[in-house]
Design a protein around this ligand. Structure first.
Ligand SMILES: [Zn+2]
Ligand SMILES: [Zn+2]
Ligand SMILES: [Zn+2]
Ligand SMILES: [Zn+2]
Ligand SMILES: [Zn+2]
Ligand SMILES: [Zn+2]
Ligand SMILES: [Zn+2]
Ligand SMILES: [Zn+2]
Length: 267
């Protein structure tokens, strides 16, 4: 008897869905009353609408009705279809009204974030200062930035907080997609696009630049020229000798600096 019940519940599992989720239902969008496979499908479709005023995002908590994909019955949100008895999502969250058959993603609902996340509850903790879930490796091991995830990825401009992609937290505490971060590294850009601080330990690179500067004699005319610089890493301003290869911060020895106008001294 129990075997038969499970067979019914599991009928069609992993067999339906969209490019975002495996699930056995579609949702009726409360905002536009249209039926979509998922919230992302809805948002992608509405973001293409020619009239800018028609563009909008679905509020997941507001979804009231779903349509079972096995029997086509529209009904109030629930895990099991009231008509055919299949589980419309192996994972189901009744706060987010969220369904997913692919439980290998290890979905969990974080009460503090107020949304479902993936990757396994035991692998994440909620940082109250940052206002988001981070992987446990970052516990007591990151610089907190208030609402650090409530912004768009500085590389691809997707909103980070509920993005399906993995995020990287940089040394400065700012965040971006892991894959966008890797792409940035591949292009030899080593400073945060938001605050310009170095994102990795650059001491090896600074040493190489030291040696290059040592070996590159500046032409006579330039030798005594000095410039004011602002250090992107420590925010200090210092006056240093100008060099074609780079200007080294007099405070923290970083070359991640930029030339600025000399400070106006009080008379
Ligand atoms: Zn979708
Ligand atoms: Zn059904
Ligand atoms: Zn949830
Ligand atoms: Zn959280
Ligand atoms: Zn934090
Ligand atoms: Zn990105
Ligand atoms: Zn930063
Ligand atoms: Zn510095």
């Amino acid at each position: 008897m129990e075997g038969a019940t499970n067979e019914r519940l599991d009928f069609g599992k992993m067999g339906y869905g969209c490019q975002h989720y495996r699930r056995r239902c579609m949702i009726r969008a409360p905002c536009c009353n249209e039926i979509y496979s998922c919230r992302h499908c809805h948002n992608e479709a509405t973001s293409m609408l020619s009239n800018i005023l028609d563009r909008h995002e679905l509020v997941r908590e507001d979804v009231k009705q779903v349509v079972c994909l096995v029997c086509d019955t529209e009904q109030p949100v629930a895990q099991v279809c009231t008509n055919c008895g299949v589980r419309m999502g192996e994972y189901f969250c009744d706060i987010c009204n969220f369904y997913d058959d692919d439980i290998e993603k290890q979905q969990f609902h974080c009460d503090d974030c107020g949304i479902c996340r993936i990757g396994g509850r035991e692998n994440f903790f909620h940082c109250r200062k940052c206002g988001s879930c981070y992987s446990v490796g970052l516990r007591d091991n990151h610089l907190c930035v208030e609402n650090s995830m409530r912004h768009h990825c500085p590389i691809c401009y997707e909103y980070l907080f509920d993005s399906l992609k993995d995020t990287a937290v940089m040394k400065c505490g700012h965040t971006m997609h892991r894959e966008c971060y890797n792409e940035m590294m591949k292009r030899y850009k080593y400073c945060c696009p938001i605050c310009s601080k170095s994102v990795i330990d650059m001491s090896g690179t600074w040493k190489i630049i030291d040696e290059e500067i040592e070996a590159t004699v500046m032409p006579e005319d330039y030798r005594d020229r000095k410039v004011w610089i602002l250090c992107n890493d420590c925010n200090d301003t210092t006056e240093v000798y100008f060099h074609i290869i780079g200007q080294k911060c007099g405070h923290c020895r970083s070359y991640n600096t930029r030339a600025i106008a000399p400070p106006v001294l009080p008379q």
